[in-house]
Design a protein around this ligand. Structure first.
Ligand code: UGY
Ligand code: MN
Length: 248
């Protein structure tokens, strides 16, 4: 088995490991490599999720227009997000920093020393009872992780999960060694998952997949899913989940 063999296209899910990455490009990033971890080409995904390696002195080639809502999360390095919503027109993000931009918000990315950036992009699904949310920025360390009913499993919500104006959540889920989800979940929402730390076993539609830091998983609606962190140390992932909507 080679390193690339863990990459899988299963029924209702994919596993993409670093050894599987095949960089492509997007016009707004010019020649800087973009790994398209998932896009709507993979039905039924309604998200694009991208790993972008921003070159030192690089960033977007121009102001990127509106049309989609976006979420940026800095894995390493640092970037500046230039947008009219930010105080003084800019948010400076170091590793663990993030920004949400609504669909009508244009932006530019700049980086002095380079960065690796996870970007989530989707069409905003509005709701008649709620105005679209505004821009939002923060850092993973701004608040402590909260306890869950499962001892050794904590989570940190990066966006306001109690506000139905948002049509998705971004959460960091953290597990002590040997700890996992307390059930095999089957739910209507889809997931894009990036392993930020550690390793463990993901059960996806009944198939067992060892996963580790820097792996990506797409889970379609109703994909049965379970996770247990390895015994060797804590594990953590950044999880996208579409929320507050029902797909009509
Ligand atoms: O919130 C969730 O759906 C989460 N528990 N799912 C997951 O970690 N795969
Ligand atoms: Mn889930």
């Amino acid at each position: 088995m080679t390193a690339a063999d863990r990459g899988t296209l299963g029924h209702g899910y994919t596993v993409v490991t670093p050894a599987n990455h095949y960089p492509s490009r997007l016009p707004e990033f010019g020649d800087q490599p973009v790994v398209k971890l998932v896009t709507p080409r993979l039905a039924p995904s309604r998200i694009g999720q991208y790993l972008v390696t921003v070159a030192p002195g690089g960033g977007t080639t121009r102001r990127v227009g509106a049309g989609h809502e976006r979420f940026f999360y800095v894995l390493d390095g640092s970037v500046t997000v230039l947008t009219s919503a930010a105080p003084d027109g800019r948010w400076s993000l170091s590793a663990g920093g993030y920004t949400y931009l609504p669909a009508d918000m244009a932006y530019e990315i700049r980086s002095t020393d380079g960065a690796r950036l996870l970007i989530l992009k989707r069409v905003y699904e509005g709701h008649a009872a709620h105005d679209a949310p505004g821009a939002f920025s923060g850092h993973r360390d701004d608040e402590p992780f909260a306890e869950t009913p499962v001892p050794g499993f904590t989570r940190r919500e990066l966006l306001p999960v109690d506000d139905p104006a948002f049509d998705f959540a971004m959460s960091l889920l953290r597990f002590d060694a040997g700890v996992g989800l307390d059930k095999i979940e089957v739910h209507d929402e889809e997931h894009g998952l990036w392993m930020t730390e550690g390793a463990g076993l993901y059960v996806l539609n009944g198939d067992e997949h060892p996963v580790q830091a820097e792996d990506f998983i797409y889970m379609a609606p109703y994909c049965p899913q379970g996770f247990t962190a390895s015994d060797s140390g804590p594990a953590e992932y950044l999880l996208y989940k579409d929320t507050w909507r029902d797909g009509f």
